[in-house]
Each structure stands twice: as structure tokens, then as C-alpha cells.
Ligand binder design. Structure first.
Ligand SMILES: *[C@@H]1O[C@H](CO)[C@@H](O)[C@H](O)[C@H]1NC(C)=O
Ligand SMILES: *[C@@H]1O[C@H](CO)[C@@H](O)[C@H](O)[C@H]1NC(C)=O
Ligand SMILES: *[C@@H]1O[C@H](CO)[C@@H](O)[C@H](O)[C@H]1NC(C)=O
Ligand SMILES: *[C@@H]1O[C@H](CO)[C@@H](O)[C@H](O)[C@H]1NC(C)=O
Ligand SMILES: *[C@@H]1O[C@H](CO)[C@@H](O)[C@H](O)[C@H]1NC(C)=O
Ligand SMILES: *[C@@H]1O[C@H](CO)[C@@H](O)[C@H](O)[C@H]1NC(C)=O
Ligand SMILES: *[C@@H]1O[C@H](CO)[C@@H](O)[C@H](O)[C@H]1NC(C)=O
Length: 465
């Protein structure tokens, strides 16, 4: 049955959509055949031929995360709002819906670093930016910030988001204020920075080049520095505030710059820019926490020759890591480099990645070594909600790339100079384009049906997990 699907669906899989939550209903298994029959007919052969590749067949993911009922989507609660917040929530209604799905209750923690928190942060920036069109203020005062944050959270939770987002994304009322930035008034902002050149530079960013050249990122920093300098105007030198850290001040002013940009751009355009910028930042660091690696040093350290024992230990360690979070392909590279360097410092000089066949996908959430994990693309797109199927998101399945063992003498390459062949940003972009001819839901459903099969097989295992 599975073979049939694979035969007719041999995409060069840069991307595949994964559906979570699918093993919930017993009926999933029985309805599978009907579903699949109609799906394959849905898909236009010509579209597929263009993408045909004799290699990778999609390997669906069944996340180890215990599935949880779809209740949040089917049974929205009504939010209890303070009635005191003056932000224009209507301006970002659809963006908040997307955020709720990106931060969906049971998976928020696993998606926090790559999807949930960046989207949450972006939505907040755009919310305040759009609201400033009326208030002329790019920040809220303390009391307003409290009410608005509470309302913001209530609105998200009522649409399925996790109710501990404040902890998960370290979100505080201060995130809605100006912090230590001395400028929050739109007119003062515009008379301080060269706003038209800022918009020219950042209005439309090239997501591929931005991470290397930081054209927009630098323009934002320059603008933030100008704003921060205002704190040192003689007229404002009035208190202990002056002593606070200049770097913090510049960072706080960057938030003001982001909000101003979000007031000048359409919400969708602003999101493109802001998520692009946060991706650049995110992809530079491995978000995983490495627990004590004494076990590996003992089993694989110099002088140890039992390969089986060494690899068992490495695999156990990595399987521990991959339960922490979904990561992007570039983050997986960062993680492989960090772990490799730490091991070498601890006298593990042999390339255990090679020895034990550790690949990049091993650093992201997955189930078993036989079932491919989900490594997100370097520009992760938002999660998708289907009311009947559940939550899906796009994974980079071109992930069976051996984890590169770092060289001690050579620092890990920057994001711009990664020498490993991974689906680079342009490839991801073209992958998305190539799916345009395909009805997205047909595609989703097809993958879903494949997962359902796995669900049926693994159902018992999950229930007992
Ligand atoms: C909503 O929840 C109630 C009780 O929890 C349940 O009886 C009802 O069927 C749910 N509605 C939907 C659409 O799932
Ligand atoms: C929200 O996230 C926390 C932390 O990951 C988790 O413990 C909790 O179960 C989640 N809430 C729901 C309703 O899934
Ligand atoms: C809120 O501010 C803190 C501290 O500046 C920061 O670490 C965190 O990422 C911010 N959270 C959001 C969602 O903006
Ligand atoms: C905070 O801002 C709101 C709206 O601009 C205003 O009504 C309120 O008086 C302000 N509160 C404080 C403490 O400044
Ligand atoms: C190290 O190995 C011991 C014994 O197998 C195990 O209990 C422990 O969890 C391991 N520690 C880590 C960090 O993997
Ligand atoms: C190597 O380790 C494995 C697993 O720990 C063990 O079963 C085997 O006997 C060891 N081989 C040697 C030669 O010590
Ligand atoms: C690594 O090996 C060196 C030389 O044998 C030794 O001095 C050092 O203590 C070892 N480091 C660790 C972490 O085992």
C-alpha cells in the first residue's frame, strides 16, 4: 500500500508537509483507503513529472510527542478581555490566528525556538506598529502593557495556543514598552532617523542575502544607535537612567525601529521582513542544550576500541538531544559543530559522526532511526491547520546529510560560508515554487494518508509510551 503511494509520488523532496495529531481517531485507519484513492487522482501527473527524481521517497514523521486531542481547534473558548487595552487587534487578526497555530498547546515548546516565539514576537511588533498609526506611540506605558499582554495572550489561547507562552517565549509586559529607548513618539522618531532610507533598505529584503550581508540589519542598528544617543541629550540627563547599559538601550531601540517599520509596511510585508531577520539570528546558533557527555568520552575516548559500545552511547546521547526541539537545517549544522568540538576537547578525537552514521536530521525531533525526522528548512514556514487533519508543517526532507565533524583548527564556518551541501535558501525557495502547480491540500492529504498508515502501525507503541 505504501509502495503504491511512493511510486506515484517521487518528488525530489526538498520539502514535505508533515501532519501531526493524526493518530487520534480510530477511524483514521479504516478511512485510509478511500482517502488515498481520491488523492492520487487529485494530483496532476504532469505537475509531478517535472519534479520526478529517482531518489528519496518521502518518509513520514510520527513525532514522539504524545498526540493530544484536537479539542483546542474544534472548541475555541471565548477570551476574557480586560477592555482596557487600546491596541488594534483587528489589524492583525489573521496573523494572530497563525500565531496560535505556530504555538499550538502541546507543541509550543518543541516549536518555540524556530516557529512559535519568532512568530509571536513578530505579531506583537506588528500589532504595536499598526496601532501607532492612531496613537502616534511606538510603545505602551507600563499599565497598558500589562492589560494588553494579558489580552493578547487570552486571544491566542482562545484559538489553541499554549497558555504558558509567557514562560516559553520569555514574554513580559516590558516587551510592549519602550524599555530604555528614549524615543517612542512617531514624530520624534521620524525627525531623528533617516526614515526614508531605512524604508528603502528594509522595505523589501532579500532573505537569502540578508543573513550574510545584513544590509537591513545594519540599517536598523544604525537607526537604533541614533535613537539611543538621544538619551544623552543634556535635557534628558535626569536620573539614574543615564547609567544603564548602552547596549541594552540600543537593543531596546531596535524594537522601536521594528515597530516603526511595521507601521509603514503592510502586515504581510512587515512579517516577511521581521521573520526573515529573526531567522538570520536563529540560524546562527544551536538551540539545543548538551547534557553531560561523560558517557561518550568514556566509550569513545582515545584508547577505546569497542565501536559497538561507542556508537550505542553516541546514539543514546543524540536521541536525548533530538527530543528537545525541532531545529532548522542550518541549526543542525551548528549543533553538529558544537557537539563535535566539545567532544574533541574531551579527547574524543575520532570522527564519531562518521563512525556511527550520525546525520543532520538526527539533531531534530524524530521517532526512530527508521522513520525520518523533521528538519525544518532554514526559513521555516508557519504551521498549517486543517480542521479535520490537524497541524501540519513543512519539513526539509533532503536531510540525510552526514553530520560534518568539525576541525579543531578551523572554526565553524559562518552561515554564509557553510561548505556542506544542504538545501540552501534558494533551493528552498524554488522548492516552494515548484509546489505551486499542486493543489496544496491534495499534497497535504497525500502525505497525511501516508502518515496515517504509520499511525496505524505505531498506534500501540504510542499509546503505551
Ligand atoms: C466541545 O466540548 C464539549 C464538552 O467538552 C463537547 O461535548 C463538544 O462535543 C465539543 N464540541 C466539538 C465541536 O468538539
Ligand atoms: C504548554 O506547554 C507546556 C510546556 O511545554 C506543557 O507542559 C503544557 O502541557 C502545555 N499545555 C498544553 C495544554 O498542552
Ligand atoms: C521579551 O524581552 C526579553 C528580554 O528583553 C527577550 O529575551 C524576549 O525574547 C522577548 N520576548 C518576546 C516574545 O518578544
Ligand atoms: C498609559 O497610556 C494610556 C493610553 O495612552 C493612558 O490613558 C494612561 O493614562 C497612561 N497611564 C500612565 C500611568 O501613564
Ligand atoms: C549515561 O549512562 C548511564 C548508564 O547507561 C545513563 O543512566 C545516563 O542517563 C547516561 N547519561 C547521559 C547524559 O546520557
Ligand atoms: C563491545 O561492546 C558491546 C556492547 O557494550 C559488548 O556486547 C561487546 O562484548 C564488546 N566487545 C568487546 C570486544 O569488548
Ligand atoms: C585529554 O588528554 C590529555 C592528555 O592525555 C589530558 O591531560 C587531559 O586531562 C584529557 N582531558 C580530558 C577532559 O579527559
Amino acid at each position: 500500500m505504501r509502495g503504491g503511494v511512493s511510486e506515484s509520488f517521487r518528488l525530489d523532496l526538498l520539502l514535505v508537509v508533515f501532519i501531526l495529531f493524526l493518530c487520534l481517531q480510530e477511524s483514521s485507519c479504516s478511512s485510509l483507503n478511500n482517502l488515498k484513492g481520491s488523492l492520487i487522482m487529485d494530483i496532476n501527473e504532469d505537475t509531478l513529472l517535472l519534479e520526478t527524481s529517482p531518489t528519496a521517497t518521502p518518509q513520514p514523521l510520527l513525532p514522539l510527542l504524545a498526540p493530544s486531542p484536537l479539542a483546542p481547534f474544534t472548541n475555541s473558548t471565548s477570551p476574557k478581555l480586560s477592555g482596557l487595552c487600546t491596541l488594534n487587534f483587528a489589524a492583525v487578526k489573521s496573523m494572530m490566528a497563525v500565531t496560535s497555530i505556530d504555538c499550538v498547546a502541546p507543541f509550543a515548546e518543541y516549536l518555540a525556538n524556530v516557529m512559535c516565539c519568532p512568530q509571536l514576537e513578530t505579531t506583537l511588533v506588528i500589532l504595536i506598529g499598526q496601532s501607532s498609526k492612531h496613537s502616534n506611540m511606538l510603545a505602551l506605558n507600563g499599565s497598558l502593557a500589562k492589560h494588553c499582554l494579558s489580552d493578547f495572550q487570552q486571544l491566542l489561547v482562545s484559538q489553541g495556543a499554549n497558555d504558558t507562552l509567557q514562560q516559553i517565549c520569555s514574554l513580559h509586559p516590558e516587551n510592549l514598552t519602550e524599555g530604555s529607548c528614549p524615543v517612542k513618539d512617531v514624530h520624534e522618531f521620524e525627525s531623528t532617523v533617516d526614515s526614508s532610507s531605512l524604508l528603502d533598505t528594509c522595505g523589501k529584503i532579500d532573505l537569502v542575502n540578508e543573513c550574510c550581508e545584513e544590509t537591513c540589519g545594519n540599517a536598523i542598528t544604525e537607526a537604533a544607535k541614533k535613537l539611543a544617543l538621544k538619551a544623552y541629550d543634556i535635557s534628558r540627563m535626569d536620573g539614574p537612567d543615564v547609567l544603564s547599559d548602552h547596549t541594552t538601550r540600543v537593543d531596546d531601540c531596535k524594537r522601536i525601529v521594528h515597530r516603526w517599520m511595521a507601521s509603514k509596511l503592510e502586515p504581510a510585508g512587515a512579517k516577511h521582513v521581521l521573520r526573515g531577520l529573526s531567522n538570520c539570528k536563529n540560524n546562527k546558533v544551536c538551540p539545543l542544550v548538551f547534557p553531560n557527555m561523560k558517557n561518550i568520552t568514556k566509550a569513545c575516548g582515545d584508547g577505546m576500541n569497542n565501536q559497538t559500545k561507542c556508537c550505542n552511547t553516541v546514539e543514546r546521547y543524540v536521541s536525548h538531544l533530538q527530543r528537545q526541539s525541532f531545529v532548522t537545517n542550518l541549526q543542525a549544522l551548528d549543533c553538529a559543530a558544537s557537539l563535535g568540538l566539545k567532544l574533541q576537547k574531551d579527547n574524543v578525537s575520532k570522527n564519531v559522526y562518521n563512525l556511527c552514521h550520525i546525520s543532520l536530521k538526527d539533531f531534530s525531533v524524530q521517532v526512530t532511526p527508521e522513520v525520518s525526522g523533521c528538519l525544518l528548512s532554514s526559513l521555516p514556514s508557519d504551521a498549517i491547520l486543517d480542521k479535520t487533519l490537524g497541524i501540519g508543517f513543512v519539513c526539509d526532507l533532503n536531510d540525510n546529510i552526514p553530520a560534518p565533524w568539525p576541525s579543531m583548527s578551523q572554526l565553524p564556518a559562518s552561515t554564509c560560508k557553510k561548505s556542506v551541501r544542504i538545501p540552501a535558501l534558494p533551493a528552498v525557495a524554488s522548492g516552494q515554487i515548484s509546489f505551486k502547480g499542486l493543489h496544496i491540500w491534495s499534497y497535504l492529504l497525500l502525505v497525511a494518508s501516508m502518515i496515517l498508515e504509520v499511525c496505524c502501525i505505531y498506534n500501540a507503541a504510542i499509546l503505551s509510551y
